[in-house]
Design a binder for this molecule. Sequence first.
Ligand SMILES: [Zn+2]
Ligand SMILES: [Zn+2]
Length: 140
Amino acid sequence: MLEDFIQELRRDYPGVRFRLGKKFTFRPPRTVIYEPFSDDASYKLLLLHELGHAVLEHLNYQLDIERIKMERAAWEKARELAKVYEVKFDEDLVEDRMDSYRDWLHQRSMCAVCGLTRWQNTDGIYRCPVCDEILSRQSD
Ligand SMILES: [Zn+2]
Ligand SMILES: [Zn+2]
């Protein structure tokens, strides 16, 4: 049955490549990796989320905050796709996933030395307003 579902998606999205892998993932520019079939109730929805990234043509992101936005956008796309393919949209699952991204962002942005929230440069590197300031003064 899941096999049929993937075949249907392949037919409807000929520009997207669907490949079996270990975990649901999207690999820019257009490869959706799907997990081995399981009876997980959210299997189809997770797959539609990854397809959402592909349909929205998400590429790599420099900034973590952009990644969070992309995750949200891919879930909104998955919501539309879920209607089309008659898949149950699970709000709780989505909020859980978004929370884990928010936690991840919080972890990444916190300075390990002083605990302040750091900011991320456009080059993707985090800087602490206190510690990096001290470091740059010391190296003068
Ligand atoms: Zn995603
Ligand atoms: Zn610091």
